[in-house]
Ligand binder design. Structure first.
Ligand SMILES: [Zn+2]
Length: 448
């Protein structure tokens, strides 16, 4: 039997730049906020304890990154972040909150028109309400209307597309790849962005401490990408699972409380922002970030024991899939890499972490075998609608015409285990204890 032993790699995430930007970020904050910065080296220290040790580790001037000074700050709501919502569809209708007007502006903020209602997109140009085609970026925002009635007072200035409401500005940008598509980007303060992330990433019925831990993790994740992409980036994050899921304005009281009570709090390791991954259920022990995502080794993303997700529905799972379905899902990938793919006999984990999460999966088939990155494997199954494999921590064997899987946990396994956070919170743990477990040796700093 020929053995095509080679590896199909993930689109591994680009190595995270060291992030000295955080220093300038702190440097341009107003003094009271800086004095507020608190370091929590161990989980038990209260967040409010003023601890300058984090600050002392940060050089305040970074001549290599003067562009950080260009980040627009929105005071207590944090820096502005740009979120890619997707490509502009052929035709969209936009509206805004009662008592507000939609304002259309060019890049410099000069008003071009008021109250557009319908935007049509075709062949690299956009038309607003049937007007002349536009080829340059522009943005929409909601401002107080000329005839604002009592209903406008205190109402957030949101823009509405279909049933989804957005705070901040909606930017329309020609795609930088020259494809002729237009991109739709929501620019808004980071704290307001979190209101649209939390309810999509964690059930609002989870205990308050778990929601607060999730808010800090999501804020830290966003800050890392904001700093890495820089202020001039077309966008910093996507609105889907390739970043963290964002669904626009949310007024859910439990979500608003979790965000407000942790305002400005981010996780740092050795004074640097890092990619604070999180997932649904680890299955007993979390996975190593460097092994799963190929990011630089970071003690804050190393495996942590977790017994608190044991009651979650995917703590242990099993599924049986038709071998032919799995082969169909992997065939395009194998063909792209000129790998043979015969009838699949088994799928084995390679380079397993302590929780069983595999960096690679070896597909053993009648004509040989190859190894495929765990994330790519799961992505390909999902793309071909082959459902049931919830993590890479599984054993798999052939059973007749089927492949049978017995597995642990749901998701990639790195960082915060959301169901573990829930279990810890139900047992009385505070958000800082939860974060201390899943991001070992990290610190919490209050940046704004
Ligand atoms: Zn867990």
């Amino acid at each position: 039997m020929a053995d095509d032993r080679f590896r199909i790699f993930a689109r591994r995430r680009s190595a995270a730049r060291r992030s000295p930007f955080i220093a300038l970020l702190l440097a341009i904050l107003p003094a009271p906020a800086r004095a507020n910065a608190a370091g929590v080296a161990a989980a038990a220290l209260p967040l409010a304890a003023p601890d300058r040790s984090v600050m002392a580790a940060l050089p305040f001037a970074d001549p290599d990154h003067p562009e950080m000074a260009a980040f627009p700050f929105a005071g207590r709501e944090g820096p502005e972040i740009a979120v890619l919502l997707g490509e502009v569809p052929a035709r969209i209708s936009v509206g805004c909150a009662p008592g507000h007007d939609l304002i259309i502006e060019d890049r410099a903020g000069t008003a071009l028109a008021a109250a557009p209602a319908e935007i049509a997109c075709a062949r690299a140009s956009l038309r607003i309400d049937g007007g002349a085609p536009r080829r340059d970026r522009f943005r929409l925002r909601a401002g107080p209307g000329a005839l604002a009635g009592p209903e406008a007072r205190g109402a957030p200035a949101v823009i509405q597309i279909g049933a989804v409401r957005y705070e901040g500005a909606l930017e329309f940008l020609p795609a930088p790849d020259g494809s002729g598509a237009w991109l739709l980007v929501n620019r808004l303060p980071l704290e307001r962005y979190l209101l649209g992330v939390l309810p999509r990433e964690m059930n609002a019925s989870f205990p308050a401490a778990a929601l607060r831990a999730q808010a800090v993790a999501a804020r830290s994740y966003a800050l890392f990408h904001l700093l890495r992409e820089g202020p001039g980036a077309f966008y910093h994050l996507r609105a889907d699972t390739s970043s963290q899921v964002y669904g626009g304005f949310s007024a859910e009281p439990a979500i608003r409380a979790a965000v407000a009570e942790t305002r400005g709090e981010v996780l740092l390791h050795a004074g640097q922002a890092f990619e604070t991954f999180f997932h649904s259920t680890c299955g007993g022990c979390t996975a190593d970030g460097a092994a799963v995502f190929g990011v630089p080794a970071n003690p804050a993303l190393t495996p942590a024991r977790c017994g608190d997700c044991a009651h979650a529905s995917h703590y242990r799972w099993s599924c049986t899939l038709a071998e032919s379905d799995v082969r169909r899902a992997l065939a395009p990938l194998a063909a792209r890499h000129r790998a043979a793919l015969g009838e699949i006999l088994a799928i084995e984990g390679v380079e397993r972490g302590p929780g069983g999460h595999a960096s690679y999966l070896r597909v053993v088939h009648r004509d040989g075998s190859f190894e495929v990155d765990g994330a790519v494997f799961r992505g390909n199954l999902a793309e071909h609608d082959v459902r049931g494999v919830r993590s890479t921590a599984f054993e798999c064997w052939r059973a007749g015409a089927d492949l049978h899987f017995e597995g642990r946990g749901y998701g990639h396994g790195v960082g915060l285990c959301q169901n573990g956070a829930r279990g810890m919170a139900e047992a009385g743990a505070a958000a800082e204890e939860i974060l201390g477990r899943y991001y070992p040796r990290s610190q919490i700093a209050a940046l704004w």
